[in-house]
Design a protein around this ligand. Structure first.
Ligand SMILES: NC(=O)c1ccc[n+]([C@@H]2O[C@H](COP(=O)([O-])OP(=O)(O)OC[C@H]3O[C@@H](n4cnc5c(N)ncnc54)[C@H](O)[C@@H]3O)[C@@H](O)[C@H]2O)c1
Ligand SMILES: [Zn+2]
Ligand SMILES: [Zn+2]
Length: 328
C-alpha cells in the first residue's frame, strides 16, 4: 500500500507492506486523514519514540479485515478511529484518567497511522458510524473529541459568555460546542483576518484582532486559549470575569512561561484548567458529528491526494486554509 512516511530528515510517500489485523484488531481502508500540529511536532522530531513513522491520527474509513476475536465490528462497517492507546496498567489508567497514561501511545504518533491507504486499529478504538455520514468528513471526529474533552473539564453554565483565542480548527470547534452548550455569546480573537472571516461565517458573536475592541468590562465567564501562544494566554488570563474559568487548550512550547496575577486569581476566584486530548469523549464526538454539530464544508478547506502529503504538511505549517486532509 501507499503511505506517508516521516523520517528524521524527510517526509515522503512510499510503498510499504499492507497491514494485517491482530486478533482484536481491524484493518481500516482510510477515506480521509486530517493534519494537525501534532504531525508537525512529529516531523520536527518530538513525540514519536521512533522514526520513521506513518503519521495520521485523525481518520475514518471502512473496515476491510477483522481479527479472529473481533465481535462488535464486521467487514464493510464505516468507522472513525480513536487513536489513543492506553496501557490500562499505570497509576493514572487505574484511576480512570487514561489520557494522562504514563505509557501513552497513539495511532499515528507512536504506531503506524492513517495517512495511508490502510491502517490497523484495535476494534475497541473504532466507533461505528451511520451510513449517512460522509467518511471523509468523519476524520473531523478526532479533533472534535478533544474539544468535547475540553468541555467536560470546563463545565460551563448556560448563558456564559465565551472569549476564544485562535480561530483555527480547534477554536472554531470550541465555538460550535459553546453555542450548543447554551453560550450567551462567543467572541473570537485571531490575528489572521481570513480565520476570523470563517468564524463570522459560522456565526460567532464578534470577531476581533484584539479583545480591547470588545466592550465587556466585567470580563468573560469562559476564556479559552486555542493558540498556545504566550501573548494570547497572558492577555486572556487577565480577561476572565470574577468566578470565571480560563482553559489552556492550545499547546505551548514545553519550556514556555506565562505571567499572570496570582492576587487576581485568588481574589476573584478564577479557575485555571487544562485539557489533554481525549477521555471518554470520542463516542460523544461521533454522535455530535453524525447529527450535524460541525459544517465540514466550511471546516475542511483542502482535500488533497495522499501523494501530496508532504505539500499538505508544508501548507499547514504556513497556516494556509483550515483543516487540511489527505484522501488516500
Ligand atoms: N488540548 C488538546 O487536546 C488539543 C488538541 C488538538 C489541538 N490542540 C492545540 O490547540 C491549538 C489550536 O489548534 P489548531 O489546529 O486550531 O491550530 P491553528 O494553528 O490552526 O490555529 C491557531 C490560531 O491561533 C492564531 N493566533 C496565533 N497567535 C495569536 C495571538 N497572539 N492572538 C490571537 N490569535 C493568535 C493563529 O492565527 C491561528 O489562526 C494548537 O496549539 C494545538 O496544538 C490541543
Ligand atoms: Zn490532531
Ligand atoms: Zn496507563
Amino acid at each position: 500500500m501507499k503511505a506517508a512516511v516521516i523520517a528524521s530528515d524527510s517526509v515522503t510517500v512510499e510503498t510499504v507492506p499492507d497491514p494485517a489485523p491482530g486478533a482484536r484488531e481491524v484493518v481500516v481502508e482510510v477515506a480521509a486523514c486530517g493534519i494537525c500540529g501534532t504531525d508537525l511536532h512529529i516531523a520536527e522530531g518530538e513525540f514519536a519514540p521512533t522514526l520513521p513513522i506513518v503519521p495520521g491520527h485523525e481518520f475514518a474509513g471502512r473496515v476491510v479485515a477483522a481479527g479472529s476475536d473481533v465481535t462488535q465490528l464486521r467487514v464493510g462497517d464505516p468507522v472513525a478511529v480513536d487513536p489513543s492507546l492506553y496501557c490500562h496498567e499505570c497509576h493514572y489508567c487505574r484511576l480512570g484518567k487514561n489520557n494522562l497514561c504514563e505509557n501513552w501511545n497513539a495511532i499515528g504518533v507512536s504506531k503506524p497511522g492513517g495517512a495511508a491507504e490502510f491502517a490497523v486499529a484495535p476494534a475497541a478504538n473504532c466507533v461505528r458510524l451511520p451510513e449517512s455520514v460522509s467518511l471523509q468528513d468523519a476524520a473531523l471526529i478526532e479533533p472534535l473529541s478533544c474539544a468535547v474533552r475540553g468541555f467536560d473539564v470546563l463545565q460551563p453554565a448556560l448563558a456564559d459568555n465565551y472569549l476564544i483565542y485562535g480561530a483555527g480548527t480547534m477554536g472554531l470547534m470550541m465555538m460550535e460546542l459553546a453555542k450548543r452548550a447554551g453560550a450567551g455569546s462567543v467572541s473570537m480573537v485571531d490575528l489572521n483576518p481570513a480565520r476570523l472571516e470563517t468564524a463570522k461565517e459560522l456565526g460567532c458573536t464578534a470577531t476581533v484582532t484584539s479583545a480591547d475592541e470588545l466592550d465587556r468590562p466585567r470580563g468573560w465567564e469562559v476564556v479559552i486559549d486555542c493558540t498556545g501562544v504566550v501573548a494570547a494566554i497572558e492577555d486572556g488570563l487577565g480577561r476572565v470575569a470574577p468566578g470565571g474559568t480560563f482553559q489552556q487548550f492550545g499547546v505551548s512550547a514545553e519550556g514556555a512561561k506565562a505571567t499572570f496575577s496570582p492576587y487576581r486569581v485568588y481574589n476573584k476566584e478564577i479557575r485555571i484548567v487544562g485539557s489533554m486530548a481525549v477521555l471518554h469523549s470520542y463516542e460523544r464526538a461521533a454522535a455530535l458529528f453524525a447529527e450535524g454539530a460541525l459544517k465540514p464544508e466550511v471546516m475542511i478547506s483542502h482535500r488533497l491526494p495522499l501523494e501530496e502529503y508532504p505539500a499538505a504538511l508544508d501548507q499547514f505549517r504556513q497556516g494556509i486554509g483550515r483543516k487540511i486532509q489527505v484522501n488516500p
